[in-house]
Design a protein around this ligand. Structure first.
Ligand code: AMP
Length: 210
């Protein structure tokens, strides 16, 4: 099963792709995580991507398309995968099609902008394993530390309020057109992102008949 999670930043793509990933035993590929890892490593790709990410802008299509192509070719993707944060432009969706990669379902998690801004202010991440938490919706059971590796949780650089509005604008301009794109292909499932995480999770699993 090849799946895509669509939605604004902070809509819950990462949280739900991780849950579905565990359920189906297929990997989640997050371009955001791959790019952050490249920055941490100090690779040429990381150096090129860093400025765009700090500003809340999208990294150029060709860089993420190449990154994704290499990642999908790995053996752990042979039984399927979940894409979190890719495609983010129509050109990226077309590149995926050109690679001959079929998509079984696209889950669009729909959350209003106002709610997104509220959510992003509470998001915390682990710099070690990239696990994500939320001070209200998904607090770490160990307080300020990551449940998996014990590192202190931090606010992502691009989750700071001034960058969040830029990211939302980019989302509406460049990524939201993918809703109509996949709707036209007939495999889009829209789920309303709710206040309660469990309610959204239930709706996501229902939409995928899991
Ligand atoms: P995310 O972790 O998915 O919120 O992504 C964080 C940042 O990485 C985004 O704001 C973009 O700067 C960059 N990024 C992630 N995925 C993509 C993509 N598919 N296309 C372009 N830029 C991306």
């Amino acid at each position: 099963m090849n799946l895509i999670f669509l939605g604004a930043p902070g809509a819950g793509k990462g949280t739900h792709s991780a849950l579905v990933s565990k359920h189906l035993n297929i990997p989640t590929i997050s371009t955001g995580d791959l790019l952050r890892a490249a920055i941490k490593e100090g690779s040429a790709l990381g150096k090129e991507a860093e400025g765009y990410m700090k500003r809340g802008d999208l990294v150029p299509d060709q860089l993420v398309i190449d990154l994704m192509r290499e990642r999908i070719a790995k053996s752990d993707c042979k039984d399927g995968f979940i894409l979190d944060g890719f495609p983010r432009t129509v050109a990226q969706a077309q590149a995926l099609e050109d690679l001959g990669i079929g998509i079984d379902a696209v889950v669009n998690i729909d959350v209003e902008d106002e709610q997104i801004v509220k959510r992003m202010s509470g998001r915390r991440v682990c710099n070690g394993c990239a696990a994500t938490y939320h001070t209200i919706y998904k607090p770490s059971r160990t307080g300020e530390a990551c449940e998996n590796c014990g590192l202190t949780l931090v606010i992502r650089e691009d989750d700071k309020p001034e960058t969040v509005s830029a990211r939302l604008q980019v989302y509406h301009e460049k990524t939201a057109p993918l809703i109509a794109y996949y709707e036209a292909k007939g495999n889009l499932q829209t789920v309303r992102g709710r206040e309660e995480l469990e309610e959204t999770t239930k709706a996501v699993f229902e939409a995928l008949s899991l």
